[in-house]
Design a protein around this ligand. Structure first.
Ligand code: PEP
Length: 244
């Protein structure tokens, strides 16, 4: 159960979140919890989650270890802060910051190189869904991105299916729509990396997940977890999603 805080919260607000969140998930051993705050809050989040089974992730990752890449933050820097995960290829990065399937692959490989678990995001825009091209788009994103990994690299990633039309809009994909998309992704995984990889890869659903719709989404066997934006900013709301 992963939270993406996007560009919200200061370090002080991060500490305040964890003070409330910790007791609410103290018994939540049924799942892995990951919170991805802005880079500037990673240290505060790592410190606040110390000793707890809560992973902390970045929301992006530079593809080089270091160098003249103004504004980028590398995997070695993220790792040095004690983070364990990195979101890669979020649709907001694709939409506003020219992220492509090619750069998503490079960032995914960088995360793996620095022993961070990449949460690789894919998903169609409204126009692709409305013109019946969802499957085509998911296949393209897979083939141009994730398929460039080796088998052993692939075994260490998490995929997040996030239909762009459902992110931050209050429109959740129905559990059936989400499960259909997960099946498309899983069949691509099977074809490229084998049946066992297809069975074991974790695919999260993301897009307006809230405490009142998480249960029906998680009831789908195809859906292994959720990636939550807006509703992960509030400790009570995110804890009730975690404890669906
Ligand atoms: C996200 O940012 O990944 C996301 C799914 O956002 P929201 O839950 O707000 O739709």
């Amino acid at each position: 159960m992963a939270g993406n805080w996007k560009m919200y919260k200061t370090p002080a607000e991060t500490i305040a979140f964890f003070d409330k969140f910790r007791p609410l998930v103290a018994q939540s051993n049924h799942c892995e919890i990951v919170i991805c705050p802005p880079f500037t809050n990673l240290a505060a989040a790592v410190e606040s989650a110390r000793g707890l089974p809560i992973g902390i992730g970045a929301q992006n990752i530079g593809w080089a270890k270091e160098g003249a890449f103004t504004g980028e933050v590398s995997g070695s820097m993220i790792r040095a802060l004690g983070a364990s995960h990195a979101i890669v290829g979020h649709s907001e990065r694709r939409q506003y910051f020219a992220e492509t399937d090619g750069t998503v692959l490079k960032r995914t490989q960088a995360a793996l190189e620095f022993e961070l678990t990449p949460i690789v995001c894919v998903g169609e825009r409204l126009e692709e869904r409305e013109t019946g091209r969802t499957e085509e788009l998911l296949v393209t994103q897979f083939q141009n991105g994730i398929a460039g990994l080796s088998e052993s690299q692939f075994a260490r990633i998490v995929i997040a299916y996030e239909p762009v039309w459902a992110i931050g809009t209050g429109k959740t994909a129905t559990p059936e729509i989400a499960a259909d998309a997960h099946r498309v992704i899983r069949s691509q995984v099977r074809a490229k990396f084998g049946r066992a990889a297809g069975d074991s890869v974790r695919i999260l659903y993301g897009g307006s997940v809230k405490p009142d719709n998480v249960k029906s989404l998680m009831a789908q066997p195809e859906i292994d977890g959720v990636l939550v934006g807006g509703a992960s900013l509030d400790p009570v709301s995110f804890a009730s999603i975690v404890n669906f």
